[in-house]
Design a protein around this ligand. Sequence first.
Ligand code: NDP
Length: 247
Amino acid sequence: AGKKLEGKVAIVTGASSGIGWSIATILADVGAKVAMAARRIDRLQELGVELSRRGGAVICVQTDVTKKEEVKELVSHTEMALGPVDILVNNAGCMYYTLMSNLHEDEWEHQIDVNIKGLTNCIGAVLDGMLSRKSGHIVNMSSNAGRKGFPGLAVYSGTKFYVEGLSQALRQEVCGSGVKVTCIQPGDVRTELLSHSTDTEALKLFDGSGKTQILDPEDIAKAVLYAVTQPDYCAINEILIEPKEAP
Ligand code: NDP
């Protein structure tokens, strides 16, 4: 395999499962040194062992992205162990299928904490370094729900609209600085994401019939790899990836 990211340092949040697991894998396989972050350290270590066995330089850092101090430590630990951060993949996220009328307020808050505050904390911890080095790439995991509201996903869609709004504004603020900002907008992907939902009424709205072949995490990881391996002058600002037969 070509080592397109040899020497580059990447942080991938939410690497303990699903899309983040695949992104960490694909980046390590093309030579990036990868810091993998999530709360479930055992899952990170399982992946860490596998990637090290394949020759990857990776570290596992137990991190709750909603805690600013832990995120700062993730970045300082990564810089000490691997070097300055070239790529941040802001992938950690959560989704609860729930109707607003059912008032699952704890689930609303948790999505806001992880998808909004967590993502913002991570940018806050790397931006200064990237600007002073005049290079860096922030990849934010948005969603097709960052372009359109879906019933049952009102708060979730709201959090992903935030990701889009922040990314557009940040991209303009860092224009000319050498820092890139990319949004990845997946449709349905086969991961643990849906498994946390408790609102049975909302879940009934979800078409889990299996009629449409949904995406695999690797499909999204390949899009991230594409975005972070373009020449300096070429910015991949957003990528929408949906299952072929999605409406
Ligand atoms: P998973 O549930 O499989 O993975 C979510 C990841 O986020 C886990 O690694 C989890 O790790 C991590 N995470 C959750 N909360 C925190 C936290 N507080 N601190 C650190 N890490 C956390 O879902 P996906 O892989 O599907 O989701 C990844 C991203 O992709 C999310 O942002 C999601 O919104 C987005 N997305 C997913 C789609 C899909 O259909 N699957 C479609 C569009 C976007 P741990 O629990 O160990 O902390």
